[in-house]
Design a protein around this ligand. Sequence first.
Ligand SMILES: NC(=O)C1=CN([C@@H]2O[C@H](COP(=O)(O)OP(=O)(O)OC[C@H]3O[C@@H](n4cnc5c(N)ncnc54)[C@H](O)[C@@H]3O)[C@@H](O)[C@H]2O)C=CC1
Ligand SMILES: NCC(=O)COP(=O)(O)O
Length: 345
Amino acid sequence: MTSGAMAPLAVSIGEPSGIGPDVALQAFAARHELGLPIFFMLADPAMLSSRTKSLGLDIVLSEIGQPEGAGGVFPTALPVLPLSARHRDEPGRIAPENAAGTIEAIERGVDFALTGAASALVTAPIDKKALYDAGFRHPGHTEFIAELAARRTGHPSRPVMLLTGPELSCVPVTIHIPIADVPRALSKELIVETARITDADYRARLGVERPRLAISGLNPHAGEKGVIGREDEEIIRPAVEALRSEGIDAFGPLPADTMFHPEARERYDVALCMYHDQALIPAKTLAFDQTVNCTLGLPLIRTSPDHGTASDIAGTGKARPQSFVAALRLAARMAAGAPASPSGS
Ligand SMILES: NC(=O)C1=CN([C@@H]2O[C@H](COP(=O)(O)OP(=O)(O)OC[C@H]3O[C@@H](n4cnc5c(N)ncnc54)[C@H](O)[C@@H]3O)[C@@H](O)[C@H]2O)C=CC1
Ligand SMILES: NCC(=O)COP(=O)(O)O
């Protein structure tokens, strides 16, 4: 187990009707054999206790008042810092009244990570539509956490989503927007800014001295020299040239269909992709169970498993906890400042 000198990791419960509680409980149950870092849950203890029983896990829960209480109980019990909002334990059933607790857990986790009471925040997945229906106006954790951090610190930050696994790391330059809006949303400035943040955090937080950034094209064959779309030549290539003139080791635009095969992947540390699925399809296809979602560009460390709420299997014991475990490990390694490959596995 990681030394008690480091503050514990805070885990926000996410959507309680999903598999967030399952994977956290399963990971805790295997903490000794996996050598997991100390973490505590921001959750409703009654809901977690109920899920523990439905999963048939032999786990003791222990309520704590402050994160610093986590280390003492972790060897024998799962530390739970209770939320003020309550959560029902109804696997697979979205309940609008759960939204308040889900949001509270993220907010308190950000606060703990910013003050240093927690060394990092690991978020269990949220059901985005359920939160939107409850009035949540952020596309996802990534943007919400950046706004919370800006509110708390007074300094705006620009979050960058990184999906990182043992074989591939990818950054989507545009994230949760309709595919029809992608060409309009892309600009040289957006690509350059995303690449700068990626480059800086790879050096500062992920221990890569001179990160190599592969920049994808947008259109088939990266536009075939302008014949199949203009964005590759008019937006992406100038962005790559600007980055290279700053000394960032960026190259592209690369045809997206041939940049993910094994030999191509050896040429870069991270791929910047122009839209969500261009990045997340290869990342999740190559290593769904090991890939971690990590937000760069923040004044705190935030990781998450790559998967969603998987409400179809919540409470059944079918959820695989490996991506959550990788998220815990990557958060702990980043918090320890240890030079490490980005993959948390
Ligand atoms: N970081 C976050 O908060 C994320 C939230 N989501 C949200 O999750 C919800 C559901 O999204 P989907 O697209 O259905 O993706 P999903 O990842 O929840 O599920 C896709 C499929 O993979 C399976 N699956 C997922 N994780 C698994 C695991 N650990 N073990 C075994 N099987 C697993 C599910 O059972 C399902 O069949 C949406 O509301 C989405 O917005 C999605 C991704 C990340
Ligand atoms: N598809 C990735 C995803 O939805 C993660 O979003 P976030 O909640 O981490 O911002």
